[in-house]
Design a protein around this ligand. Structure first.
Ligand code: DI6
Ligand code: FE
Length: 404
């Protein structure tokens, strides 16, 4: 006897990163997992006898719950003033070098109470969930001292309890150089490796470790030191790679067997080939490309040609992508980066789960996987990427429990 049976649903199962659609399908849920998926005609008996609860979805589409695999959504304050400055000609890099940018958010975050941080972040997370997100990755990186980095990660974990979303946390201590270490980047990396990483690992606060490898942040050599320490502590790595310039970040990430390399606007073919070899997912962040008015596109055709799985995420953060809509990210992935709507949806489900190391349990509609589901008022799955500003979410389930 299943706990729940959804019938009269069209399913975009996203198996193998394709729609792999099943029309007139059904899904059985037991113990929070998907127990059965298939055409309703193939159900092993009359619906009423199979589950304690039965719900007809009247021909709506069901997809896996969306996975936003790259966000910085815990922070205080905002950067609307910086947005104005950029619109009158200042660049993101210039603002960062003048002590604004990420460091202005660091000041606001250090000053904010846990309660305030959690309230502001929960509002952003609920916006994502309103559009079918059931799993979200959240990075630290606006504390840049041990206490505040750990506070950010604790708040991120707390958000899971507050909202019912599944939260995966990433330690991003190497996001920017804090003012107290100005001119001493190697000393700061000593702190990240010698104090922050061991403390974060001992407290079990991070599922992965990230760094910003960029000329305004940390060099490949400094990034490698962080990755060596993370690997020694048994934590998987991922990297903000080649966003503003080609520092060889994608290849560096691949060398460490990274789960993912992200942004990639300036990645050359050799970096993509290394990712293919290592099984590293390419995480595309069209919101940041759009909001920074970038012109250099990530090498999508090359990524596709090498068979590297592409994920799509919001990069929700106050400076380069104040975006709380996965559906808009899907639209932008298509219009700006030329993904197909099918690739975009795979990037928000199957491949996003892979980017978080959750491929075995999340991201597709398959028996045995966690029953994270989204039901949509649409006629074709391509509509999810097509309609701008629409929200066709009808219902969402996290672990088989209805959330929206
Ligand atoms: N790249 C980004 O796009 C975000 N972090 C990063 O390393 C931006 C973070 C910010 O501007 O606050
Ligand atoms: Fe980011």
């Amino acid at each position: 006897m299943w706990d729940l049976l959804l019938t009269d649903a069209n399913l975009a199962t996203m198996r193998g990163g394709r729609y792999a659609a099943i029309e007139r399908g059904a899904i059985g849920v037991a113990g929070g997992r998907i127990a059965w998926v298939g055409a309703a005609a193939a159900l092993p008996g009359p619906a009423a006898g199979l589950a304690r609860a039965c719900e007809s979805l009247d021909g709506r589409w069901v997809t896996p719950g969306l996975v936003d695999c790259h966000t910085h959504l815990v922070y205080a304050g905002n950067r609307a003033r910086e947005f104005e400055l950029r619109l009158s000609g200042a660049t993101y890099e210039e603002i960062a070098r003048a002590g604004g940018g990420i460091l202005s958010t660091v000041r606001a975050t250090r000053d904010a109470s846990d309660t305030r941080l959690a309230q502001q972040a929960a509002r952003r997370l609920r916006r994502l969930m309103d559009e079918g997100v059931t799993t979200v990755e959240i990075k630290s990186g606006y504390g840049l001292d041990t206490a505040t980095e750990m506070r950010m990660l604790r708040v991120a974990r707390l958000l899971g309890d507050m909202t019912g979303a599944e939260v995966r946390t990433t330690f991003l201590g190497a996001h920017a150089l804090p003012p107290e270490y100005a001119g001493r980047a190697d000393d700061y990396i000593d702190l990240v490796c010698g104090e922050m990483l061991p403390a974060v690992a001992a407290a079990g606060l991070a599922d992965a470790v990230d760094a910003f490898c960029e000329r305004i942040a940390f060099s490949p050599r400094q990034t490698a030191r962080v990755f060596d320490r993370a690997s020694a502590l048994g934590l998987p790595v991922k990297l903000h790679a080649d966003q503003l310039s080609d520092t060889g970040g994608a290849a560096l990430a691949a060398r460490y067997g990274a789960l993912s390399a992200e942004h990639l606007e300036h990645t050359a073919e050799a970096g993509v080939a290394a990712m293919a070899e290592a099984g590293t997912v390419a995480v595309l962040l069209p919101g940041a490309y759009y909001f920074l008015r970038e012109t250099r596109l990530p090498p999508v055709a090359t990524i596709r040609a090498h068979g590297v799985p592409m994920a799509v995420a919001t990069d929700c953060n106050p400076g380069s992508s104040p975006l709380t809509s996965m559906l808009l990210a899907l639209n932008m992935a298509c219009t700006l980066f030329r993904l197909t709507p099918e690739e975009a949806l795979a990037g928000a489900t199957a491949h996003a789960a892979r980017a978080l190391g959750l491929a075995a349990t999340h991201g597709t509609l398959e028996p045995g996987k966690v029953a994270d589901l989204a039901a949509w008022d649409i006629d074709t799955p391509a509509e999810l990427a097509y309609a701008m500003g629409a929200n066709p979410l009808y219902a969402a389930w996290k672990g088989g429990v209805r959330r929206a």
